[in-house]
Design a binder for this molecule. Structure first.
Ligand code: NAD
Length: 364
């Protein structure tokens, strides 16, 4: 096999990723499926895809090797398992699951299937983080011990009142406390630390904008890894303020990184013995650490926001199938990234107590 033929389920976010497949040389967009015919027609026109389907079962019967599951979050596990049982490899949108029980079901189904499963955590691939990771792997940070991230993204307008009918975003993001969308924040830090989270604690600010919502305006999640490294994450889907969804910070014994806090700020790095005068310097001074894959991305596609690395992520998924290697965010990584968010809800509901995160490699 020199190209992976993929079918896309869900023509919202899925259509955006289908467009990025042009820049993933080992992937071929073979089909798109959506029950909404208007959305499906729009995605077909934008991508020029040959086959379209209105039922998932029909697409799973087609000549495809893999499925991109870009359906609503609470359906990811059911749709992933359906694809695995039909013999397809799976690239799943985030988050992997919406309950701990679903996390276990997913791990067991992937094991039983012998197929590849990867979580489409695109924030792991953003361009500035590629430089930071390159520096971490080259030893410039020394030993890492602290990381932080913010997801400040005002979403009130996209969260309809629950009385107006079921909406998955309202159900998961407005009616549940804790950080239900944690993988974007945790994913890049997890790649840098290379170890799972052992415990999670969460406190919230209360809700000041939507009187019917249960979620806090802001919640802060504190995570401890198995070797004791500390991570702080702030989520805010409600406050009126400028958006910032790709803020990360990282501290090691030899270097520190801080992303931009606003539009006039830059990516800043300090490397002991290299950065003059104990000041910050620009991260772009270290662009030689950027991953190779960025060289084939056309300049008009290069950006440093959350969509910036989509093509690299898609290519990584295709290569792990072709070369029969471990997916870069495999099913254990996927649940290691998802479960701390699910358990932050329990911590928040119980006054911020630390909650243990299961080790999904040991079986239940
Ligand atoms: N990684 C990112 O940056 C990013 C950005 C946006 C969304 N997402 C994720 O992508 C997923 C989809 O988000 P969205 O905004 O497109 O949601 P959405 O609700 O707008 O779209 C989901 C689509 O799936 C279709 N669908 C659901 N079940 C189906 C079925 N059984 N058969 C056929 N079609 C079906 C629906 O008709 C709908 O068009 C979510 O899980 C979200 O968390 C990720």
């Amino acid at each position: 096999m020199d190209k992976v033929r993929i079918g896309v389920l869900g023509a919202g976010r899925g259509a955006g990723l289908a467009m990025a497949m042009r820049f993933a040389p080992s992937m071929e967009l073979a089909a798109i499926c959506d029950a909404n015919q208007e959305r499906l027609a729009q995605a077909a026109a934008a991508t020029g895809v040959a086959q379209t389907y209105t039922t998932y079962e029909a697409m799973l019967d087609a000549d495809i090797d893999a499925v991109l599951v870009a359906s609503p979050m609470p359906l990811h596990v059911a749709h992933s398992i359906q694809a695995l049982q039909a013999g397809k490899h799976v690239l799943s949108e985030v988050t992997a699951a919406t309950s701990i029980e679903q996390c276990w079901e997913l791990v067991e189904a992937v094991k039983a299937s012998g197929r590849k499963y990867m979580l489409a955590e695109n924030y792991c691939y953003i361009r500035p983080w590629s430089i930071v990771l390159g520096m971490v792997r080259a030893g410039l940070f020394g030993e890492l011990y602290y990381g932080e991230a913010d997801q400040l993204q005002e979403l009130k307008g996209a969260l309809p009142h629950p009385d107006t009918g079921y909406n998955w975003r309202t159900a998961e993001l407005a009616m549940r406390r804790g950080h239900q969308y944690i993988t974007h924040n945790l994913g890049p830090l997890y790649w840098a630390f290379g170890e799972r989270i052992q415990s999670v604690a969460c406190q919230g600010s209360g809700q000041h904008h939507l009187e019917w919502a249960r979620a806090d305006d802001t919640c802060v999640v504190l995570l401890q890894t198995v070797s004791g490294k500390l991570i702080r994450i702030r989520l805010d889907f409600f406050s009126d303020r400028p958006m910032n969804v790709t803020y990360y910070g990282l501290q090691g014994t030899e270097a520190a990184y801080e992303g931009p806090r606003g539009s006039k700020d830059d990516h800043k790095i300090f490397v002991r013995g290299k950065t003059p005068g104990g000041e910050w310097q620009s991260l772009w001074d270290y662009r030689e650490f950027l991953a190779e894959g960025w060289k084939r991305i056309p300049p008009e596609m290069i950006n440093d926001n959350w969509d910036g690395g989509n093509a690299l992520m898609l290519e990584d998924f295709a290569r792990c199938i072709i070369e029969d290697t471990r997916p870069p965010v495999d099913v254990i990584d996927a649940v290691n990234l998802t479960a701390p968010g699910l358990l932050s809800e329990i911590s928040r509901e119980q006054g911020g107590i630390p909650v243990a995160v299961p080790d999904f490699t040991t079986g239940r």
